[in-house]
Design a protein around this ligand. Structure first.
Ligand code: DGT
Ligand code: CA
Ligand code: CA
Ligand code: ZN
Length: 567
């Protein structure tokens, strides 16, 4: 989709304006980039149908932006963007992709040390020049050095975000399904397992082998890496690799089992099959060369004397042992959420009104939601002053959507000194309080852990938001003692969030499992900044399943009356 390309450009434009110390524009472009990123419809299609007006009508997209989108659709480039890029040294924007280097530091590095790219930066660090720069110091130099290392590792092994790939994979699958020769088409590999990042897309199809040719002729295909009669590997225009495999209907189950992986899970399963005198392959389960089963995955697992294992658990982290003992729990279902408790509206840095968010939530069959703007200290995200929060609570109370309970809440900052950004007398007025860390990331483990525990012990706090603060591919989690946090959450009966934003997915799978083992209850939220992002909930549910979560572990699967007891 062209959306991803444009949203990337807008993010970059925001960075450049940031670097140039331009006011407002960075925020506007970031916001627009995020809207576009989450838009379900193709911008090209909107433009084709409704022209410039259609683009203008998208919330969060200003007039000058829709013109730029039009220009990109028509010409494949944006002049202003090229101009902007030329106006600053080439490597500088790239430099800001390194954790710990924001616009201020990047421009200082450039102005004082003539650092324009990664190479310059590494050289300057080697020579010990960076630590002598005002505002840097040895600690900061060390952090930057570490980030450079991570950055380079990432570049060499690029993995995409699940949330970024899932819509593209779904689009490809639906295109394949429209071909007259296709019967089944399904994404396997890491996508089917809902792993947080994706190396490449694997698609399994059944039907006539003609599909392979038709697939290679798709518009989006830039390059064919390999092509045979039953399979093909291609690179799409957005540089994503897709592997397609076509099999006969009667081996669909065993092929699906094989290509879903993970590799380690597959290897272990094959070993167990062998011990029992079977042979398991992508073509089926065999005994003395006689085929036993292969039509569906369930029967393969059952024949091997174990429970069916959902794809999200297939990582060889003792799921096979548990399946043999029939101890795989019934995981939370993708339709189990009854209310989303973390979202932003126009009042802070979101794109839609309370009413619009509520109506969109109603369409998802939710029974309740919470509106949770940022608190006053988050200037950059337009956090609410106490006075504006009071007004906002009134607005929320006035908003009515049939059959939907709308809670007034806040995502209150846990400040660097450990205190909360609103006083208790303010927090008391809210139905639900989420406390999150947005600053002081480089503090010691002890300090950060204590900040969070302090928030947990505050009687007005209900939920801890995106607990580890990581941004996948961009920022490592801060140092925090999760074990202590989980114990405190359990003791104080507080909830911990699974944030569904594609680059957060925080808590992550292994930590979800640990939290549950510690008896901690969780909620799955989207942290949506627009109506479209409410649908990201499936990413969070996917992680919850990967973390072995049952419905009863996730409190926002409960009816409103039941849920209220936890607040
Ligand atoms: P990715 O693409 O890095 O996100 O991860 P996957 O899991 O999608 O891995 P990929 O695309 O290399 O392979 C897709 C599936 O094919 C994998 O999940 C399991 C299966 N597979 C690939 N190579 C092997 C192998 O050497 N042995 C076994 N048992 N299965 C394999
Ligand atoms: Ca793959
Ligand atoms: Ca693959
Ligand atoms: Zn938020």
């Amino acid at each position: 989709m062209i959306n991803q390309e444009i949203s990337k450009i807008f993010y970059e434009i925001a960075e450049i304006y940031n670097l140039k110390n331009v006011q407002w524009k960075p925020m506007a472009y970031n916001k627009a980039a995020r809207v576009i990123e989450n838009l379900p419809d193709d911008l090209k299609a909107i433009y084709k149908k409704e022209g410039l007006k259609g683009l203008d009508a998208i919330p969060g997209i200003g007039k000058s932006m829709s013109k730029k989108i039009e220009e990109y659709i028509k010409t494949g480039k944006i002049k202003k963007y090229i101009e902007l890029k030329k106006s600053i040294p080439k490597g500088l924007v790239k430099l800001m992709e390194i954790q710990g280097i924001g616009p201020k530091k990047a421009s200082k590095l450039y102005k004082k040390l003539r650092i324009e790219n990664l190479k310059d930066l590494e050289k300057a660090i080697r020579k010990g020049k960076v630590k002598n720069l005002e505002g840097f110091g040895s600690k900061s130099e060390e952090d930057i050095q570490e980030s450079v290392k991570l950055f380079k590792e990432r570049k060499n092994n690029k993995r995409y975000l699940l949330g970024e790939i899932l819509p593209m994979a779904e689009e490809l699958i639906s295109k394949l399904k429209k071909l007259s020769d296709t019967r089944h088409a399904i994404a396997c590999g890491s996508i089917r397992r809902m792993y947080e990042t994706i190396g490449d897309v694997d698609i399994l199809a059944t039907g006539s082998y003609k599909i392979v040719d038709e697939f290679c002729n798709f518009d989006d295909v830039k390059k064919i890496l390999a092509k045979g009669s039953t399979k093909a590997s291609v690179i799409l225009k957005n540089n994503l690799q897709v592997d397609l495999r076509v099999v006969k209907d009667d081996v669909f189950g065993s092929a699906l089992q094989y290509f879903t992986g993970s590799k380690d899970h597959g290897i272990k399963l094959r070993r167990i099959a062998m011990k029992k005198g079977y042979k398991l392959s992508e073509y089926g389960l065999f005994k003395r060369n006689k085929i036993i089963v292969c039509r569906n995955e369930e029967s393969i697992y059952n024949r091997l004397g174990m429970q069916y294992i959902p794809p999200e658990l297939r990582e060889n982290t003792n799921e096979i042992e548990m399946a043999i003992k029939h101890k795989i729990p019934k995981l939370i279902e993708y339709n189990a959420i009854k209310g989303d408790l973390h979202m932003h509206t126009k009042a802070s840095d979101g794109n839609n009104t309370i009413k619009e968010m509520a109506e969109a939530a109603k369409k998802l069959n939710y029974n309740y939601i919470a509106i949770t703007e940022h608190s006053k200290g988050r200037g950059i995200a337009n956090g609410l002053s106490e006075k504006n929060l009071m007004k906002h609570i009134n607005e929320i109370k006035k908003t009515k959507v049939n059959g939907l309970k709308i809670l007034s809440g806040s995502e209150v900052d846990i400040k660097a000194d450990g205190s909360l950004d609103y006083k208790d007398n303010i927090l008391k007025k809210l139905d639900i309080v989420i406390a999150s860390i947005h600053s002081g990331f480089s503090q010691s483990k002890e300090k950060i852990t204590n900040r969070v525990i302090n928030a947990i012990e505050n009687e007005n706090v209900d939920v801890i938001g995106h607990l580890t603060g990581r941004l996948i591919n961009r920022r490592e989690p801060y140092k925090i003692n999760l074990d202590e946090v989980f114990k405190a959450a359990k003791k104080n009966n507080k909830l911990i969030e699974i944030n569904s934003q594609p680059d957060r997915l925080d808590l992550r799978d292994v930590h979800i499992r640990e939290a549950i083992e510690n008896g901690v209850k969780l909620v799955i939220n989207t942290d949506a900044h627009s109506v479209d992002s409410l649908r990201l909930i499936k990413l969070g549910i996917g992680q919850a399943r990967r973390g072995w979560a049952k419905k009863s572990d996730i409190i926002n699967t409960k009816s409103y009356e039941e849920f209220k007891k936890y607040l």
